[in-house]
Design a protein around this ligand. Structure first.
Ligand code: ZN
Length: 99
């Protein structure tokens, strides 16, 4: 069985399995090489920390407490900011890996 081609840098993976590039690349069945997998892991950690930070943010909690009727819009805005952050950061990672 041939080693799969890395979906990020285009090199062949080091073994026949490769690594799962999600969430950096969300294509079903995509594989990435060990070198790109380091960036995938950093991206996972960075995203997890961002999500944790925003969900535990005391300031956002206070904002909701003082404007309870705006809770939905506040939460939707936080979600939007997080997903914008994720898109921008994903692009930055992919540009770095592909140059
Ligand atoms: Zn690669």
């Amino acid at each position: 069985m041939n080693n799969p081609k890395c979906c990020i840098c285009g090199n062949l993976c080091e073994d026949q399995y490769g690594n799962n590039p999600d969430p950096l690349i969300k294509d079903e069945g995509a594989r990435c090489c060990n070198k790109c997998n380091d960036a995938v892991i950093s991206f996972r950690i960075e995203s997890a920390l961002m999500k944790k930070k925003s969900s535990e943010s005391e300031k956002i909690g206070n904002l909701i407490e003082s404007n309870p009727s705006d809770k939905d819009i506040i939460m939707a805005t936080v979600d939007k900011m997080l997903s914008d952050w994720e898109d921008t950061t994903r692009k930055r990672y992919l540009e770095d890996l592909r140059k």
